[in-house]
Design a protein around this ligand. Structure first.
Ligand SMILES: [Zn+2]
Ligand SMILES: [Zn+2]
Length: 342
């Protein structure tokens, strides 16, 4: 079978290796679709702080089980599945307290350990989640980013009846906005500087889609939510501008949740955050319950994934997929690799 390897930033090779053997507690998955996300692009550009080369990429995947280990009872051949890419120690404090997404020794497939970008992938059964019959493989490969959104939204507790602002309308921002609505938020505003991304958010049913280059955010918030402004602000862009907006426009005593990965050191006004008693929280990846809740939201048609799919490339065109993303930054939501043996 073929396996993708990034040997150095920007250099992708494919090597022929044997189909992996599975142990009694594993399943063998025929990989079908792999989503590319911002972190993969950082690896491609040599700008991911915690990844060394060579590395086989791929952490957002769907596929079909082709073999099950002798002790596996809850999966069968032919089943459509997705994978949770976290490898954890099970011994540290967070692991012992159910928060394995915060494992002190966390390794993520495609970054610090082998990713799924290959024809077949052997994986421990506890990292596998079944996809419903009616779900497409493209949707299946987007459950991982959806789980990021679900886990992020949950950091606010119950969002039922709340007014929400999401800063940044890329794939994660879009999914956070949809998830908040799906979990019962009263109204959701999303902001960006890209009309295309805002158009996608509108297509997905977000109530207020604001281009902050054209409209003053402070005014937009008062127009949409009145003087009480929003209850929660999610920063899904993660830069000084959006975090600055969050601190400036948050209602006193309200909550800001940093969902995006902040690139570099922040320059933000913590004096205002302090004076306004803002609750600033963050979120890291997800746990299995977030996969389950994400799948449920899609099944109940409360979250739409397919409008986010921008373009697909065949397995051998991994490099072209990255080049396409680089050349179409603002116009791109989710690019996917379709894995086929040929
Ligand atoms: Zn990702
Ligand atoms: Zn651990």
């Amino acid at each position: 079978m073929l396996q993708q390897i990034m040997t150095a930033p920007g250099k992708i090779e494919f090597r022929e290796i044997p189909v992996p053997e599975i142990n009694s507690n594993q399943v063998l998955i025929k990989i079908k679709e792999i989503g590319i996300c911002g972190s993969d692009i950082h690896v491609y550009h040599g700008k991911h702080p915690f990844t060394s080369y060579p590395v086989t990429q791929g952490h957002e995947a769907s596929g079909e089980i082709v073999k099950v280990g002798s002790e596996v009872t809850n999966f069968k051949e032919g089943q459509k599945v997705t994978i949770q890419p976290q490898v954890v120690c099970e011994k540290c404090y967070p692991c012992r307290h159910g928060k394995y997404n915060l494992c002190e020794e966390l390794k993520v497939m495609g970054f610090q350990t082998t990713g799924v970008a290959s024809h077949y992938f052997a994986v421990d059964v506890e990292k596998v989640t079944a996809l419903p019959e009616g779900m497409t493989l493209e949707e299946g490969a987007m459950i991982e980013p959806l789980a990021v959104a679900v886990h992020g939204v949950k950091q606010a507790g119950d969002v039922h009846g709340l007014n929400i602002i999401v800063l940044g309308a890329g794939p994660i921002g879009n999914l956070v906005a949809q998830t908040a609505k799906g979990m019962g938020a009263a109204a959701v505003m999303i902001t960006d500087v890209s009309d295309l991304r805002l158009q996608k958010a509108r297509e997905c049913g977000i109530d207020y889609c604001i281009n902050t280059n054209e409209k003053d955010l402070g005014e937009a918030i008062i127009e949409a939510f009145g003087p009480d402004k929003a209850d929660i602000i999610y920063d899904c862009a993660g830069n000084n501008i959006t975090m600055g907006q969050a601190i400036k426009y948050a209602r006193k005593g309200s909550t800001i949740i940093l969902v995006a990965v902040f690139a570099g050191m922040a320059t933000i006004d913590l004096a205002v955050a302090n004076d306004h008693e803002l609750d600033i929280k963050s979120t890291m990846m997800y746990r299995n319950e977030d996969y389950i809740d994400g799948i449920k939201l899609v099944n109940e048609k409360k979250v739409q994934l397919l409008p986010l799919l921008s373009k697909k490339f065949p397995f051998k065109e991994y490099l072209q997929a990255y080049q396409y993303i680089d050349n179409n930054r603002e116009a791109t939501m989710k690019v996917m690799i379709e894995v086929q043996e040929d």
